[in-house]
Design a protein around this ligand. Sequence first.
Ligand SMILES: [Zn+2]
Length: 365
Amino acid sequence: MRVFLLVFALVWNLALAFPRVGVHEGFTRLVFDLPKAEIEPSLSQEQDQLIVVFKGIKVAPLDQVVNSPEVVSVQTVSEGEGVRVVVRLKGPVEAKVVRYTDPERLVVDLTLKKEAASPAKPAPDPVRNRPPKPPKPVVLLDPGHGGIDPGMVGHVVEKEVVLDVALRLKRLLEREGIEVRLTRDRDMHLSPDKREDLSRRASMADSSQVNLFISIHVNATPTRTAQGVEVFYFGRAQDARVLSQVIRENGGGELGKRLTQEACTVAERILSDIVAQANQRYSQRLAETLGRHLSQVTGSPYRGSFPGDLFVLRYAKVPAVLVEIGFGDHVVEGRRLADPAYRERVAQGLLAGILTFLANGAYAR
Ligand SMILES: [Zn+2]
């Protein structure tokens, strides 16, 4: 599993923005997530600036300080029907430009030109010039419910199972060199008010220090006959069945309906925001990857990944999903979820999905 660590170095600080900026050993990477294939950028370099112009897209203005060995800052400004991105450089750079599809994106790697490191310069200070150690990737795990809110109660109690799985997954991730944060590490609620409780969990994901957000839950259905794995990413629920599940995870009843309505207005806004759209595509990919691996490792059927107006995911600025690890009210699967050995397999399935997403996912480039 060591091989994954190399690739992690590529993802660590690609926070949600246009462009996403990653600082790596020897180069700075800019990733421009694009809404469609037809958009052709033009690049030009003058002295200490690289300018990239995109026609036909709109993004919010941005001025981010990068301060890598190659780049001072990146500024995004509207220009007519498009966007001009001004990259301020620390010296002349070599720009390697690659176009990727699925999802559509342009990747620009900037390396300082050799002559920039001229021999006339004083000898480099070995301590100061040591390349920065890439920080560990950080995964935020959210065991759903807790304290006064048990979640679903069937053959198991949701709040107990998801906490146990999250703690097991934390240990496995840490063994792979990944830093883990938890929204809760014991049987507790974050607030007695459900809206406030979900908002606190969401705000922990809304941080540049977190790379992935995974909320862990146990499923239930009125017929008690369903089994399998489902994963949700943020977006408008597409059918009545998904909507009723979303309402349940948003607190249930009238409260769940209200919070779903609130989340729904945020979901509609995504349609006009290409940065949020790109994050939605990565979240969808994370959902698919987690679902398939979890199903493979546990043998529980994979029922699919779906968009849902989930309150806890609504403002996430990194790939974020809510995973239903199984149905706690199914006569077979519910009893399996009560078994510690099975929960360990659930944690291993989630681990495999996370590692695959970080290593192979388009998010890394
Ligand atoms: Zn739940």
